[in-house]
Design a protein around this ligand. Structure first.
Ligand code: FES
Ligand SMILES: [Fe+2]
Length: 435
Protein backbone atom coordinates (compact mmCIF):
# COMPACT_ATOMS: atom_id res chain seq x y z
CA UNK A 1 0.00 0.00 0.00
CA UNK A 2 1.28 3.45 -0.90
CA UNK A 3 0.54 6.90 0.46
CA UNK A 4 -1.51 9.22 -1.75
CA UNK A 5 1.67 11.25 -2.30
CA UNK A 6 3.59 8.20 -3.45
CA UNK A 7 0.73 7.31 -5.77
CA UNK A 8 0.91 10.77 -7.29
CA UNK A 9 4.63 10.41 -7.82
CA UNK A 10 4.18 7.19 -9.75
CA UNK A 11 1.38 8.48 -11.92
CA UNK A 12 1.88 12.16 -12.76
CA UNK A 13 3.79 12.67 -15.99
CA UNK A 14 3.81 16.41 -16.63
CA UNK A 15 7.09 18.24 -17.22
CA UNK A 16 8.82 18.92 -13.92
CA UNK A 17 7.18 16.04 -12.04
CA UNK A 18 9.59 13.32 -10.89
CA UNK A 19 8.00 10.65 -13.10
CA UNK A 20 7.60 13.10 -15.99
CA UNK A 21 11.32 13.79 -15.82
CA UNK A 22 12.15 10.09 -15.64
CA UNK A 23 10.01 9.20 -18.66
CA UNK A 24 11.51 12.08 -20.64
CA UNK A 25 14.85 10.23 -20.54
CA UNK A 26 13.55 7.58 -22.93
CA UNK A 27 12.54 7.31 -26.57
CA UNK A 28 8.83 6.52 -26.85
CA UNK A 29 6.98 4.96 -29.80
CA UNK A 30 4.19 7.36 -30.70
CA UNK A 31 2.69 6.38 -34.08
CA UNK A 32 2.97 4.06 -37.05
CA UNK A 33 5.04 5.21 -40.01
CA UNK A 34 2.21 4.02 -42.28
CA UNK A 35 -0.26 6.35 -40.58
CA UNK A 36 1.29 9.01 -42.78
CA UNK A 37 0.54 7.20 -46.05
CA UNK A 38 -2.65 9.16 -46.43
CA UNK A 39 -2.43 11.97 -43.93
CA UNK A 40 0.17 14.64 -43.39
CA UNK A 41 -0.50 15.71 -39.82
CA UNK A 42 -1.68 14.05 -36.66
CA UNK A 43 -2.70 15.85 -33.50
CA UNK A 44 -1.06 14.03 -30.62
CA UNK A 45 -0.81 14.52 -26.88
CA UNK A 46 2.21 13.08 -25.08
CA UNK A 47 3.23 13.35 -21.44
CA UNK A 48 0.57 16.03 -21.03
CA UNK A 49 1.84 18.17 -23.95
CA UNK A 50 -0.31 18.95 -26.98
CA UNK A 51 1.75 18.46 -30.12
CA UNK A 52 1.41 17.77 -33.82
CA UNK A 53 3.26 15.04 -35.63
CA UNK A 54 3.67 15.57 -39.36
CA UNK A 55 5.44 14.36 -42.46
CA UNK A 56 6.47 17.08 -44.87
CA UNK A 57 6.52 16.76 -48.65
CA UNK A 58 10.13 15.65 -48.68
CA UNK A 59 9.36 12.89 -46.19
CA UNK A 60 10.84 14.45 -43.04
CA UNK A 61 8.87 13.87 -39.87
CA UNK A 62 8.50 16.55 -37.25
CA UNK A 63 6.90 16.75 -33.83
CA UNK A 64 6.16 20.32 -32.84
CA UNK A 65 3.94 22.38 -30.58
CA UNK A 66 0.25 22.17 -31.46
CA UNK A 67 -0.08 25.95 -31.25
CA UNK A 68 1.41 28.35 -33.75
CA UNK A 69 3.85 30.91 -32.35
CA UNK A 70 1.98 33.72 -34.09
CA UNK A 71 -1.54 33.81 -32.68
CA UNK A 72 -1.86 30.25 -31.47
CA UNK A 73 -3.77 28.58 -34.31
CA UNK A 74 -3.88 24.78 -34.30
CA UNK A 75 -1.00 23.49 -36.40
CA UNK A 76 -2.57 20.06 -36.82
CA UNK A 77 -4.69 21.81 -39.47
CA UNK A 78 -1.57 23.18 -41.13
CA UNK A 79 -0.26 22.41 -44.61
CA UNK A 80 2.96 20.50 -45.09
CA UNK A 81 5.52 21.97 -47.44
CA UNK A 82 8.68 20.67 -49.12
CA UNK A 83 10.21 21.66 -45.83
CA UNK A 84 8.15 22.04 -42.70
CA UNK A 85 4.62 22.62 -41.56
CA UNK A 86 2.83 25.82 -42.52
CA UNK A 87 0.12 27.32 -40.32
CA UNK A 88 -3.23 27.56 -42.11
CA UNK A 89 -4.05 30.95 -40.51
CA UNK A 90 -1.38 33.34 -41.84
CA UNK A 91 1.06 30.99 -43.46
CA UNK A 92 3.99 31.00 -41.06
CA UNK A 93 6.08 27.94 -41.76
CA UNK A 94 8.05 25.94 -39.18
CA UNK A 95 10.66 23.25 -39.73
CA UNK A 96 11.18 20.09 -37.69
CA UNK A 97 13.54 21.85 -35.33
CA UNK A 98 10.81 24.37 -34.50
CA UNK A 99 12.45 27.25 -36.39
CA UNK A 100 10.15 29.65 -38.19
CA UNK A 101 11.39 29.55 -41.79
CA UNK A 102 8.76 31.72 -43.46
CA UNK A 103 6.45 34.59 -42.49
CA UNK A 104 4.88 35.41 -45.85
CA UNK A 105 3.56 38.92 -45.17
CA UNK A 106 6.45 40.04 -43.01
CA UNK A 107 8.98 38.55 -45.44
CA UNK A 108 7.33 40.55 -48.22
CA UNK A 109 7.01 43.95 -46.62
CA UNK A 110 9.99 43.99 -44.26
CA UNK A 111 12.41 41.42 -45.65
CA UNK A 112 15.33 43.21 -44.02
CA UNK A 113 13.96 42.77 -40.52
CA UNK A 114 14.01 38.97 -40.68
CA UNK A 115 11.86 38.70 -37.57
CA UNK A 116 11.38 34.98 -38.16
CA UNK A 117 14.94 34.27 -37.06
CA UNK A 118 13.86 34.97 -33.51
CA UNK A 119 10.73 32.82 -33.60
CA UNK A 120 10.66 29.21 -32.56
CA UNK A 121 8.13 26.68 -31.42
CA UNK A 122 8.73 23.69 -29.23
CA UNK A 123 9.96 20.64 -31.16
CA UNK A 124 11.12 17.14 -30.39
CA UNK A 125 13.23 14.79 -32.52
CA UNK A 126 11.52 12.00 -34.42
CA UNK A 127 13.09 8.76 -35.64
CA UNK A 128 11.60 5.67 -37.22
CA UNK A 129 12.27 2.09 -36.22
CA UNK A 130 10.23 -1.09 -36.68
CA UNK A 131 7.55 0.70 -38.70
CA UNK A 132 6.96 3.08 -35.79
CA UNK A 133 7.79 6.72 -35.20
CA UNK A 134 9.54 7.48 -31.94
CA UNK A 135 10.29 10.65 -30.06
CA UNK A 136 12.51 11.77 -27.25
CA UNK A 137 11.23 14.64 -25.10
CA UNK A 138 14.02 14.96 -22.59
CA UNK A 139 17.23 16.90 -22.08
CA UNK A 140 20.05 16.78 -24.59
CA UNK A 141 22.14 14.95 -25.44
CA UNK A 142 19.49 12.45 -26.41
CA UNK A 143 20.39 8.80 -25.88
CA UNK A 144 20.26 6.39 -28.81
CA UNK A 145 16.96 5.01 -29.97
CA UNK A 146 17.21 1.35 -28.86
CA UNK A 147 17.89 -0.97 -31.75
CA UNK A 148 16.10 -4.01 -30.38
CA UNK A 149 17.14 -7.10 -32.27
CA UNK A 150 13.54 -7.99 -33.04
CA UNK A 151 13.27 -5.08 -35.46
CA UNK A 152 15.88 -6.74 -37.69
CA UNK A 153 14.38 -10.21 -37.80
CA UNK A 154 14.11 -11.21 -41.44
CA UNK A 155 11.32 -13.02 -43.25
CA UNK A 156 8.53 -11.69 -41.13
CA UNK A 157 5.32 -9.75 -41.33
CA UNK A 158 5.04 -6.97 -38.75
CA UNK A 159 2.04 -4.91 -37.81
CA UNK A 160 1.56 -1.99 -35.43
CA UNK A 161 -1.61 -1.71 -33.35
CA UNK A 162 -2.63 1.43 -31.51
CA UNK A 163 -5.36 2.28 -28.99
CA UNK A 164 -5.95 5.11 -26.57
CA UNK A 165 -6.88 3.70 -23.20
CA UNK A 166 -8.58 6.10 -20.79
CA UNK A 167 -6.54 5.50 -17.66
CA UNK A 168 -3.14 6.28 -16.21
CA UNK A 169 -0.13 4.57 -17.80
CA UNK A 170 1.37 3.14 -14.61
CA UNK A 171 -1.38 0.63 -13.89
CA UNK A 172 -0.97 -0.53 -17.51
CA UNK A 173 2.73 -1.06 -16.95
CA UNK A 174 2.16 -2.90 -13.66
CA UNK A 175 0.31 -5.42 -15.82
CA UNK A 176 3.65 -6.20 -17.52
CA UNK A 177 5.06 -7.69 -14.32
CA UNK A 178 1.95 -9.58 -13.24
CA UNK A 179 2.22 -13.23 -14.33
CA UNK A 180 -0.73 -14.57 -12.35
CA UNK A 181 -3.24 -12.44 -14.22
CA UNK A 182 -2.63 -14.59 -17.31
CA UNK A 183 -4.03 -17.61 -15.54
CA UNK A 184 -7.14 -15.81 -14.37
CA UNK A 185 -7.88 -13.08 -16.84
CA UNK A 186 -6.86 -14.72 -20.09
CA UNK A 187 -7.28 -18.42 -19.36
CA UNK A 188 -9.99 -18.86 -16.78
CA UNK A 189 -12.12 -15.80 -17.49
CA UNK A 190 -11.43 -16.03 -21.22
CA UNK A 191 -12.57 -19.63 -21.30
CA UNK A 192 -15.59 -18.87 -19.15
CA UNK A 193 -16.59 -16.15 -21.61
CA UNK A 194 -16.25 -18.40 -24.60
CA UNK A 195 -17.44 -21.74 -23.35
CA UNK A 196 -19.24 -21.09 -20.07
CA UNK A 197 -17.03 -23.77 -18.58
CA UNK A 198 -16.16 -23.43 -14.90
CA UNK A 199 -13.15 -25.69 -15.36
CA UNK A 200 -9.94 -23.94 -14.36
CA UNK A 201 -6.54 -24.10 -16.01
CA UNK A 202 -3.28 -25.08 -14.33
CA UNK A 203 -2.41 -22.87 -11.39
CA UNK A 204 0.83 -21.00 -10.80
CA UNK A 205 3.12 -22.69 -8.31
CA UNK A 206 6.18 -20.49 -8.13
CA UNK A 207 7.21 -16.99 -9.25
CA UNK A 208 10.51 -15.17 -9.53
CA UNK A 209 11.29 -11.58 -10.49
CA UNK A 210 14.76 -10.47 -11.49
CA UNK A 211 16.15 -7.13 -12.53
CA UNK A 212 18.54 -6.66 -15.44
CA UNK A 213 19.86 -3.73 -17.45
CA UNK A 214 16.75 -3.21 -19.56
CA UNK A 215 14.06 -3.97 -17.02
CA UNK A 216 12.83 -6.98 -15.11
CA UNK A 217 11.97 -10.53 -15.97
CA UNK A 218 9.27 -12.60 -14.40
CA UNK A 219 9.51 -16.34 -14.32
CA UNK A 220 6.95 -18.93 -13.36
CA UNK A 221 6.22 -22.57 -12.85
CA UNK A 222 2.72 -23.91 -13.09
CA UNK A 223 1.03 -27.22 -12.54
CA UNK A 224 1.83 -28.09 -16.14
CA UNK A 225 5.37 -26.67 -16.39
CA UNK A 226 8.43 -27.28 -14.25
CA UNK A 227 11.78 -25.60 -13.75
CA UNK A 228 13.06 -26.94 -17.07
CA UNK A 229 10.46 -24.96 -18.97
CA UNK A 230 11.66 -21.68 -20.48
CA UNK A 231 8.87 -19.97 -18.57
CA UNK A 232 11.20 -20.56 -15.62
CA UNK A 233 14.65 -20.63 -17.22
CA UNK A 234 14.07 -17.48 -19.33
CA UNK A 235 10.74 -15.80 -18.54
CA UNK A 236 9.15 -12.67 -19.87
CA UNK A 237 10.52 -9.13 -20.01
CA UNK A 238 8.93 -6.15 -18.30
CA UNK A 239 10.86 -3.64 -20.37
CA UNK A 240 12.00 -0.52 -18.57
CA UNK A 241 10.33 1.92 -18.19
CA UNK A 242 7.03 1.31 -20.02
CA UNK A 243 7.25 -1.73 -22.26
CA UNK A 244 6.59 -5.45 -22.31
CA UNK A 245 8.46 -7.91 -24.54
CA UNK A 246 6.85 -11.28 -25.16
CA UNK A 247 9.08 -12.64 -27.89
CA UNK A 248 7.06 -12.16 -31.04
CA UNK A 249 5.61 -8.90 -29.84
CA UNK A 250 6.29 -5.75 -27.87
CA UNK A 251 3.74 -3.64 -26.07
CA UNK A 252 4.33 -0.11 -24.86
CA UNK A 253 2.18 2.00 -22.56
CA UNK A 254 2.98 5.59 -23.52
CA UNK A 255 1.46 8.27 -21.30
CA UNK A 256 -0.76 10.68 -23.21
CA UNK A 257 -1.30 12.53 -19.94
CA UNK A 258 -2.09 11.56 -16.35
CA UNK A 259 -5.43 10.07 -17.38
CA UNK A 260 -4.85 8.45 -20.77
CA UNK A 261 -2.42 5.96 -22.25
CA UNK A 262 -1.36 5.23 -25.80
CA UNK A 263 -1.14 1.47 -26.14
CA UNK A 264 1.22 0.52 -28.96
CA UNK A 265 1.87 -3.05 -30.01
CA UNK A 266 4.48 -4.22 -32.50
CA UNK A 267 3.76 -7.77 -33.62
CA UNK A 268 6.03 -9.94 -35.75
CA UNK A 269 5.13 -13.21 -37.41
CA UNK A 270 7.73 -15.33 -39.18
CA UNK A 271 6.61 -16.55 -42.60
CA UNK A 272 6.34 -20.34 -42.95
CA UNK A 273 8.93 -22.49 -44.68
CA UNK A 274 8.60 -22.16 -48.41
CA UNK A 275 7.50 -18.52 -48.22
CA UNK A 276 10.93 -17.02 -47.82
CA UNK A 277 12.68 -14.91 -48.73
CA UNK A 278 10.01 -12.47 -47.66
CA UNK A 279 10.64 -8.75 -47.50
CA UNK A 280 7.79 -6.68 -46.12
CA UNK A 281 7.61 -3.45 -48.04
CA UNK A 282 4.90 -1.89 -45.87
CA UNK A 283 4.26 -2.33 -42.15
CA UNK A 284 0.57 -1.63 -41.58
CA UNK A 285 -0.70 0.33 -38.61
CA UNK A 286 -4.23 -0.12 -37.36
CA UNK A 287 -6.29 1.31 -34.53
CA UNK A 288 -8.13 -1.10 -32.27
CA UNK A 289 -11.56 -0.10 -30.94
CA UNK A 290 -12.22 -0.41 -27.21
CA UNK A 291 -15.98 -0.83 -27.05
CA UNK A 292 -18.60 -2.82 -28.94
CA UNK A 293 -21.80 -1.55 -30.56
CA UNK A 294 -23.57 -1.75 -27.19
CA UNK A 295 -20.98 0.45 -25.54
CA UNK A 296 -19.51 -2.46 -23.54
CA UNK A 297 -15.77 -3.02 -23.37
CA UNK A 298 -14.70 -5.62 -25.91
CA UNK A 299 -13.64 -8.77 -24.02
CA UNK A 300 -12.79 -11.23 -26.78
CA UNK A 301 -9.08 -10.54 -27.31
CA UNK A 302 -6.09 -10.73 -25.01
CA UNK A 303 -5.24 -7.05 -24.81
CA UNK A 304 -8.86 -5.99 -24.74
CA UNK A 305 -9.18 -8.10 -21.60
CA UNK A 306 -6.16 -6.31 -20.19
CA UNK A 307 -7.74 -2.95 -21.03
CA UNK A 308 -10.79 -3.96 -18.97
CA UNK A 309 -8.52 -4.61 -15.99
CA UNK A 310 -6.57 -1.37 -16.42
CA UNK A 311 -9.56 0.91 -16.87
CA UNK A 312 -11.46 -0.97 -14.18
CA UNK A 313 -8.84 0.05 -11.62
CA UNK A 314 -10.01 3.65 -11.99
CA UNK A 315 -8.68 6.49 -14.09
CA UNK A 316 -5.75 6.57 -11.68
CA UNK A 317 -5.62 3.44 -9.54
CA UNK A 318 -5.71 4.43 -5.88
CA UNK A 319 -2.79 2.50 -4.45
CA UNK A 320 -3.53 3.76 -0.96
CA UNK A 321 -6.58 1.47 -0.98
CA UNK A 322 -5.10 -1.77 -2.31
CA UNK A 323 -4.11 -4.96 -0.48
CA UNK A 324 -1.11 -6.48 -2.17
CA UNK A 325 -0.74 -10.25 -2.18
CA UNK A 326 2.00 -12.81 -2.69
CA UNK A 327 1.59 -12.58 -6.47
CA UNK A 328 2.61 -8.90 -6.44
CA UNK A 329 6.34 -9.26 -5.90
CA UNK A 330 7.07 -7.83 -9.33
CA UNK A 331 4.72 -4.90 -8.85
CA UNK A 332 6.49 -4.06 -5.61
CA UNK A 333 9.89 -4.43 -7.26
CA UNK A 334 9.19 -2.05 -10.14
CA UNK A 335 7.59 0.54 -7.86
CA UNK A 336 10.68 0.47 -5.68
CA UNK A 337 12.92 0.83 -8.71
CA UNK A 338 10.86 3.75 -10.04
CA UNK A 339 11.13 5.58 -6.71
CA UNK A 340 14.89 4.99 -6.66
CA UNK A 341 15.27 6.08 -10.27
CA UNK A 342 13.24 9.23 -9.76
CA UNK A 343 15.56 10.15 -6.92
CA UNK A 344 18.65 9.38 -8.99
CA UNK A 345 17.43 11.46 -11.92
CA UNK A 346 16.65 14.35 -9.60
CA UNK A 347 20.33 14.20 -8.58
CA UNK A 348 21.37 14.41 -12.24
CA UNK A 349 22.46 10.80 -12.57
CA UNK A 350 22.09 8.71 -15.72
CA UNK A 351 18.79 6.89 -16.16
CA UNK A 352 18.53 3.11 -16.12
CA UNK A 353 19.03 1.19 -19.36
CA UNK A 354 20.03 4.17 -21.48
CA UNK A 355 22.09 3.40 -24.57
CA UNK A 356 24.69 5.95 -25.66
CA UNK A 357 27.42 3.85 -27.26
CA UNK A 358 26.58 3.03 -30.91
CA UNK A 359 28.72 -0.10 -30.69
CA UNK A 360 26.43 -1.42 -27.94
CA UNK A 361 23.24 -0.44 -29.70
CA UNK A 362 23.27 -2.98 -32.46
CA UNK A 363 20.48 -5.49 -32.55
CA UNK A 364 20.24 -5.56 -28.79
CA UNK A 365 19.02 -8.97 -27.66
CA UNK A 366 16.41 -9.32 -24.91
CA UNK A 367 15.60 -12.51 -23.00
CA UNK A 368 13.11 -14.46 -25.06
CA UNK A 369 11.28 -17.69 -24.37
CA UNK A 370 10.77 -20.15 -27.21
CA UNK A 371 13.10 -18.25 -29.45
CA UNK A 372 13.70 -21.17 -31.81
CA UNK A 373 10.05 -22.07 -32.08
CA UNK A 374 9.04 -18.50 -32.90
CA UNK A 375 11.87 -17.62 -35.25
CA UNK A 376 12.42 -20.81 -37.20
CA UNK A 377 10.49 -21.62 -40.34
CA UNK A 378 7.73 -24.17 -39.83
CA UNK A 379 5.75 -25.64 -42.66
CA UNK A 380 2.12 -24.63 -42.90
CA UNK A 381 1.21 -28.21 -41.96
CA UNK A 382 3.34 -28.05 -38.80
CA UNK A 383 1.77 -24.73 -37.87
CA UNK A 384 -1.77 -25.94 -38.29
CA UNK A 385 -1.02 -29.07 -36.24
CA UNK A 386 0.33 -27.05 -33.29
CA UNK A 387 -2.38 -25.28 -31.23
CA UNK A 388 -0.12 -22.46 -30.15
CA UNK A 389 1.28 -21.75 -33.60
CA UNK A 390 -2.14 -22.12 -35.14
CA UNK A 391 -3.44 -19.45 -32.79
CA UNK A 392 -0.63 -17.11 -33.84
CA UNK A 393 -0.96 -17.71 -37.57
CA UNK A 394 -4.58 -18.47 -38.33
CA UNK A 395 -5.97 -15.43 -36.54
CA UNK A 396 -4.97 -12.33 -34.55
CA UNK A 397 -5.90 -13.07 -30.94
CA UNK A 398 -4.20 -10.11 -29.30
CA UNK A 399 -6.50 -7.24 -30.09
CA UNK A 400 -9.92 -6.74 -31.66
CA UNK A 401 -10.49 -4.78 -34.83
CA UNK A 402 -7.82 -5.95 -37.26
CA UNK A 403 -8.87 -4.50 -40.62
CA UNK A 404 -9.67 -6.86 -43.44
CA UNK A 405 -6.87 -5.39 -45.58
CA UNK A 406 -4.28 -6.18 -42.90
CA UNK A 407 -5.64 -9.70 -42.48
CA UNK A 408 -5.41 -10.23 -46.22
CA UNK A 409 -1.85 -8.92 -46.44
CA UNK A 410 -0.91 -11.18 -43.52
CA UNK A 411 -2.65 -14.19 -45.07
CA UNK A 412 -0.86 -13.63 -48.33
CA UNK A 413 2.54 -13.39 -46.66
CA UNK A 414 1.90 -16.57 -44.66
CA UNK A 415 0.09 -18.61 -47.28
CA UNK A 416 -2.51 -19.26 -44.58
CA UNK A 417 -6.07 -18.04 -44.78
CA UNK A 418 -6.23 -16.16 -41.45
CA UNK A 419 -9.69 -15.61 -40.00
CA UNK A 420 -11.00 -13.02 -37.58
CA UNK A 421 -10.43 -14.24 -34.02
CA UNK A 422 -13.78 -15.69 -33.14
CA UNK A 423 -13.46 -17.09 -29.71
CA UNK A 424 -11.01 -19.92 -30.23
CA UNK A 425 -10.33 -21.23 -26.76
CA UNK A 426 -6.77 -20.50 -25.70
CA UNK A 427 -4.54 -23.52 -25.25
CA UNK A 428 -4.89 -24.53 -21.61
CA UNK A 429 -1.44 -23.38 -20.66
CA UNK A 430 -0.32 -19.78 -20.88
CA UNK A 431 3.10 -21.17 -21.79
CA UNK A 432 1.52 -22.48 -24.94
CA UNK A 433 -0.49 -19.38 -25.71
CA UNK A 434 2.53 -17.18 -26.14
CA UNK A 435 1.81 -14.95 -23.19
S1 FES B 1 -1.63 31.97 -36.12
FE1 FES B 1 -0.26 30.81 -37.25
S2 FES B 1 0.37 32.13 -38.83
FE2 FES B 1 -0.99 33.31 -37.66
FE1 LIG C 1 -2.77 -9.60 -20.00
Amino acid sequence: MLSPEQNQQLTQVGAGTPMGELLRRYWMPIAGVSEFDHQATKAIRLLGEDLVLYKDLSGTHGLVDRQCAHRRADLSYGMVEAKGLRCNYHGWNFDETGRCIAQPYEDTVYPERNVKDRIRIKSYPVQSQGGMLWTYMGPQPAPLLPDWEAFSWPNGFSQVVISEVPCNWFQCQENSIDPVHFEWMHENWGNRLRTGSTKLGPTHLKLAFDEFEFGFTYRRTKQDSDEHNQAWTVGRVCLWPNGFFLGEHFEWRVPIDDHNTLSITWKYTRVPAGHEPYVQDHIPTWHGPLKDAQGRWIDTHVMNQDFIAWVGQGVVADRSQESLGASDGGVVAIRRRFFDEMARIAKGEEAKGILRDPAQNQRVVLPMMDRDELLQAHTVEQIMANPRLKLLYATYPFQAGQPEAVRQAFSQAMGIDAKPYDGIVLPRSTEKAGM
